[in-house]
Ligand binder design. Structure first.
Ligand SMILES: Cc1ncc(COP(=O)(O)O)c(C=O)c1O
Length: 402
């Protein structure tokens, strides 16, 4: 049996999370239960907007609003000036991708490389460029551990490779891709390719050092392991991206309309929109600060412990196959039963008050196809979940498996 070495006070974490009294929430890779402080912060700001007006409430909270990027910077070990706020991971990704597209002349001479576990919304724009402009999309093979093969990637790099897309932690598997080793490989090969990392599922559940990864862009959503509100997201933008790229189309927050033209903001805010949901943004900031106070090392240790326990419990159930690949594993646990439909297991758990989620191929076709998976159950604990909750989940699955 694994041990929890995080030192976190779980009773306190649960008291800080009102939803724990209501449900066994094992769908943090979908959308986590927020700490109450995040929701209270949002509600408080909405009330101020109601009572004094939106712009006036913004002005009152301006200092805190401005510092949310600094909090996020701490989460990624970078400066707040490299953070662009958005409304989702996909929104972040699209802003990066369209800026790259705007600065490039993509055509049949262009290659884009993607990890085999890439998320649909990240690959679809590349597929559009392939269909309409002849861009070549190639998937990087996995190594014997089922993660992106760094040596294979290195051998695929040439002057035609313009973009490399890597999923840090896929939503449909517990593997962790070697994003820092990939960054180093790109550097070794002196590749000019833009390096986009999808860290939607990793940020908030483990420490991240974005400089070590070497990404040009790293996109994140607020609602998953970061435990922020829905419709929040953010993106890291590298110094190179700020030196060479501008968003298209720009808005008046990202650029200034001068008498004789326009000037881009010098920092990552050039990738933001002027209008924002400030209540949600403040809620996101509160959730990030809550995580920072717990410490990302401790959070990572507890999630790793819970995930290990969950995998062990599930693997002991006859007929269950745990699908997670990789060397180091994330807080995402995926499995299927040899006979029983994944959807029936998800529904059975729901009836017992346990939230998990159903995975299907349209989210990551290449990965599902390569492994012959047509559907799966995904369990994703967070720090506030208990070992007892995992045991209950395993018991229900065992009952459904009979
Ligand atoms: C790995 C991964 N990338 C990207 C996304 C998209 O995130 P969003 O819905 O915030 O755009 C998800 C959402 O589930 C995801 O799991």
């Amino acid at each position: 049996m694994a041990n929890d070495r995080s030192g976190l006070d779980v009773a306190r974490l649960r008291a800080d999370t009102r939803g724990c009294a209501e449900v066994v929430h094992l769908n943090n890779a979908g959308s986590a239960l927020p700490p109450s402080i995040a929701v209270d912060t949002m509600v408080e700001h909405l009330r101020r907007e109601e009572m004094i007006g939106g712009y006036e409430a913004h002005a009152q909270a301006a200092e805190r609003i401005e510092s949310v990027r600094d909090s996020i910077g701490l989460l990624l070990d970078t400066s707040g000036s490299n953070i662009a706020l958005s409304i989702s991971a996909t929104d972040s990704w699209d802003r990066a991708f369209s800026a790259i597209n705007f600065a490039s002349d993509f055509g049949p001479h262009t290659k884009m490389l993607a990890s085999s576990s890439e998320y649909a919304s990240n690959v679809l724009p590349v597929m559009q460029l392939a269909r309409h402009h002849g861009v070549q999309l190639e998937f990087i093979p996995d190594d014997e551990n089922g993660i992106t093969d760094v040596a294979a990637l290195e051998s695929m790099l040439d002057d035609q490779v313009a973009v490399v897309l890597i999923n840090h932690c896929p939503s449909q598997n517990g593997l962790i891709n070697p994003v820092a080793a990939i960054g180093h490989a790109l550097e070794r090969e002196q590749s000019n390719a833009w390096y986009l990392v999808d860290a939607c599922q990793s940020v908030g559940q483990m420490p991240i050092d974005v400089t070590e990864i070497g990404a040009d862009f790293l996109s994140v959503t607020g609602r998953k392991f970061v435990r922020g509100p829905r419709a929040t997201g953010f993106m890291y933008c590298s110094p190179r991206s700020l030196a060479e790229l501008e968003p298209f189309p720009a808005d008046l927050h990202g650029a200034h309309w001068d008498p004789d033209g326009y000037t881009m903001r010098s920092n990552a805010q050039r990738f933001e929109s002027w209008e924002k949901d400030y209540a949600a943004l403040l809620g996101l900031g509160a959730a990030v600060d809550y995580s920072l106070a717990l410490g990302l090392d401790a959070i990572g240790q507890r999630i790793t412990y819970l995930a290990k326990e969950m995998r062990r419990m599930l693997a002991e159930i006859p007929g269950i196959e745990v699908l997670d690949r990789g060397i180091e594993k994330s807080g995402i646990i995926t499995f299927r039963h040899e006979r029983i439909e994944a959807a029936a297991i998800v529904a059975g758990l729901k009836e017992s008050g346990i939230n998990v989620s159903l995975g299907t191929p349209e989210y990551s076709q290449v990965d599902y196809l390569a492994h012959g998976v047509t559907s799966m159950v995904r369990v994703s604990p967070h720090v506030y979940n208990t070992r007892e909750e995992l045991e209950t989940c395993a018991e229900v699955v065992r009952g459904l498996s009979r």
